[in-house]
Unconditional design. Structure first.
Length: 175
């Protein structure tokens, strides 16, 4: 095996909401069953290509989180983007308000397509069909509303490394 050139390794980060442990664990198990590598259930708010380089933007994220009250969301029905991505729809206005606040604070470029709050379960890869999910494969408690109390920064050190929680930005008044 040829060693990777350290100069080509690039840290990648994204900002996300993470479900509570019981929901996260059930979804990670489901994601593993459908072939998702390194399952880490989350709702992406700012994807890696949108995250500005360097760390100056962290203060802006801290400010957005400090001005955001905890809010409820609900993981709804399954849907898909074409035949590439299977996901759970995220219901709740708070997630869209938070995304808008982050867009403004980070001065993100306008999106080509509108933001769709979702939690990815499966992605089709290289000729493998997208996994199908029936309603019974998702435990009913996953669809119960829960309150989001923080924005999470998830980071990985290179392309073959799993994302891990880097830091948390608690919302105003969150425990």
């Amino acid at each position: 095996m040829v060693p990777r050139d350290p100069a080509r390794l690039r840290t990648s980060s994204y900002l996300a909401l993470v479900p509570p442990p019981r929901v996260r664990n059930a979804l990670a198990e489901l994601m593993t069953q459908v072939g998702t590598r390194d399952p880490a259930p989350h709702v992406t708010l700012v994807a890696p290509p949108e995250v500005p380089p360097g760390g100056a933007w962290l203060d802006a994220v801290r400010g957005v989180a400090a001005a955001t009250a905890p809010f409820p969301i609900r993981l709804g029905e399954t849907s898909s983007f074409d035949d590439r991505v299977r996901f759970l729809v995220v219901e709740g206005d708070g997630v869209y308000r938070l995304r808008d606040a982050l867009e403004g604070a980070l001065e993100l470029a306008p999106r080509v397509a509108p933001f769709v709050a979702h939690l990815t379960i499966a992605v089709a890869h290289h000729g493998h069909p997208l996994a199908t999910l029936d309603r019974e494969s998702i435990p009913s408690f996953v669809h119960q509303p829960f309150v989001v109390e923080a924005l999470e920064l998830l980071t990985r050190a290179g392309p073959a490394v799993a994302y891990v929680r880097d830091r948390s930005f608690p919302f105003a008044g969150a425990p």
